[in-house]
Design a protein around this ligand. Structure first.
Ligand SMILES: [Fe+2]
Length: 274
């Protein structure tokens, strides 16, 4: 049963600025570390980066918000992002708890976000007990409805997921992609370049297209994975996030922002999360 439901309408300027935060991996206790990085500290650094932006209309948090399924992580996530004063919308990843619709923070678990000129649909790719992603029938239905609406209203569509729909070139991560990604991509093909997909999970920036549909992944706000790696391999690139400018004519621009005011040291010899 998906926790994502309901719709929020946001009035946005002719170019909406949407910021994707992903894979925050906050632990049960403040100061918890992932491969040497204090994930609270790195998220705080990314929040400073966001606070320095001229304007951000919405935050999309694309999963693995907790690194250990702990509820305390979500409370601290609120403490870190709420001072930004930006509407935020969350979807779960494989390291998150199984969220229920009755969750005290369920107001963040929106299915649809309507901007003034774009629609956003949030999809859940979490499979309980599995690392890899899957779109359940409820998610494919939500995507089908969002595509039909986009065609009917001639509005561009932004899709957000945790697991990517396309391989990024890291064999160990590509095995964990959405199992039935081709069904989702087939639904999006009629929109062509008026569909953009943003995902997390792979802790790295990637940009590619499938028959016009643009698929991007974002850096993590903590540990980065090395592009092109066959097995688990972290990278020493700084924590970051993705900024999207969604223009009213359906054109868009994407950028990656990285922390520059603080240095984080990762254990490059690590062979896994444990
Ligand atoms: Fe993940």
């Amino acid at each position: 049963m998906t926790p994502l439901s309901g719709e929020t309408e946001l009035t946005t300027p002719s170019s909406a600025r949407i910021l994707q935060l992903s894979d925050t991996h906050l632990m049960a206790e403040s100061g918890g570390r992932l491969v040497g990085i204090d994930t609270d500290q790195s998220l705080a650094a990314v929040c400073r980066l966001i606070a320095g932006q001229e304007r951000v209309d919405a935050l999309l948090l694309t999963g693995d918000l907790a690194g250990d399924e702990s509820e305390k992580a979500y409370e601290r996530l609120c403490t870190l992002i709420e001072p930004l004063g930006i509407p935020s919308f969350w979807l779960p990843g494989n390291h998150d708890a199984i969220w229920q619709a009755s969750h005290p923070l369920a107001h963040y678990f929106r299915r649809n976000i309507g901007l003034s000129h774009w629609d956003i649909v949030m999809l859940n790719t979490q499979q309980p007990g599995a690392v890899a992603g899957l779109l359940a029938e409820s998610e494919l239905l939500a995507l089908r409805e969002a595509v039909q609406q986009a065609i009917k209203t001639d509005r561009p569509l932004l899709v957000a997921t945790h697991h990517p729909l396309m391989p990024v070139g890291c064999a160990w991560l590509d095995e964990q992609n959405v199992r039935n990604a081709s069904e989702a991509l087939d639904l999006l093909i009629p929109l062509g370049n008026r569909a953009v997909v943003v995902s997390g999970h792979v802790h790295q920036d990637s940009v590619q297209a499938h028959r016009g549909v643009q698929c991007m992944t974002a850096p993590s706000t903590c540990v980065q994975f090395a592009p092109g790696s066959a097995q688990f391999q972290v990278d020493d690139v700084a924590p970051g996030c993705r900024l999207l400018a969604l223009h009213e004519d359906g054109q868009w621009e994407a950028d990656v922002l990285r922390v520059v005011d603080e240095t984080f040291t990762v254990d490059l010899t690590s062979r896994g999360y444990a």
